[in-house]
Design a binder for this molecule. Structure first.
Ligand SMILES: Nc1ncnc2c1ncn2[C@@H]1O[C@H](COP(=O)(O)OP(=O)(O)OP(=O)(O)O)[C@@H](O)[C@H]1O
Ligand SMILES: [Mg+2]
Length: 269
């Protein structure tokens, strides 16, 4: 299955293509070079993760792909066009969940469908299934303000899964979760990806998580963020809890860890 998938991706046109991308933030208190010479093409159905130290520009990159942040030079194309916000085929889960505190879990999940004047009845039905999938069925009618950080992240993920965009941009979706739920949801996401073959661009601090989920892992170095190496993850799919116990997975985690540590500059400021 994985082989067929790899063959398909190598011939298809990229869904996201980035070349020579440079991005700086200009503020009154000084300029920050966030990304330098980023070069990467992401193919249909591919799962690509970005790992790198805090402040190396991962969130900036996702926001650029989503059309939420501009850039100074280089070329970024999403389905052949410059990025723009509000595309229905591109969905982003931001690093900090954006929920309406006075709405329930269910009505937060269906909010975009409501805004787009879609079929709300069908959306609610499907939303209940997804809320169950992310382990929140007992909380369907709780209000946003009643939820823990980890629960808010899962609501945010459910909202993205309901929209089911062709490209999913996920910024540390499980960072606030306990280890048990984190592993469960990572495996769930992997199985959804294997089933539906959406393109995923994923940001995480967990190397093991990146290896478990991805077809390729892009390792970034800090200040400014530059691509150190793109590592192909040729582990068989479907991936399971046992996948990470294999010698091959262990070796990949070790390699990526060594790359990150070789560019360690102490704690990022
Ligand atoms: N709106 C902004 N204005 C000015 N500087 C910014 C802004 N957003 C990000 N930066 C700076 O750009 C750099 C990259 O930030 P970014 O949020 O993309 O990093 P990150 O890799 O997502 O970090 P983390 O892992 O901590 O989430 C940092 O130095 C940050 O201070
Ligand atoms: Mg970030």
């Amino acid at each position: 299955m994985h082989t067929a998938h790899s063959q398909a991706t190598s011939t298809a046109l990229p869904v996201v293509s980035i070349s020579e991308l440079n991005k700086s933030y200009f503020t009154r208190r000084g300029d920050v070079e966030a990304l330098r010479s980023i070069e990467i093409s992401i193919h249909p159905g591919e799962f690509v993760s970005f790992v790198g130290p805090s402040g190396c520009g991962k969130s900036t990159l996702l926001k650029i792909i989503a059309g939420l942040e501009d850039y100074q030079s280089g070329k970024v194309e999403v389905f052949g066009d410059p990025p723009k916000p509000g595309r229905r085929d591109v969905g982003i889960m931001l690093q900090s969940p954006v929920l309406l505190p006075w709405r329930t879990v269910l009505s937060n999940v269906v909010l975009p469908v409501e805004i787009m004047r879609g079929d709300l009845r069908a959306a609610k039905e499907r939303a209940r299934e997804i809320i169950d999938l992310v382990g929140l069925s007992k909380f369907t009618d709780k209000y946003g303000w009643e939820l823990s950080g980890g629960m808010q992240q899962r609501v945010s993920l459910a909202r993205l899964l309901l929209l089911d965009p062709d490209i999913m941009l996920l910024d540390e979706p499980f960072s606030a979760l306990d280890e048990f739920n984190r592993e469960k949801l990572t495996l769930e996401l992997s199985s959804l990806h294997t089933r539906f073959q959406r393109t995923a661009v994923y940001v995480t601090h967990s190397i093991a998580e990146a290896v478990l989920l991805s077809d390729r892992v892009v390792v970034l170095k800090p200040h400014p963020g530059e691509v150190l190496e793109v590592v192909a993850i040729d582990l068989p799919r479907p991936r399971t809890a046992e996948t990470l116990q294999s010698v091959e997975a262990f070796e990949l985690v070790r390699r990526i860890r060594a790359m990150l540590f070789s560019h360690d500059e102490g704690i990022a400021q």
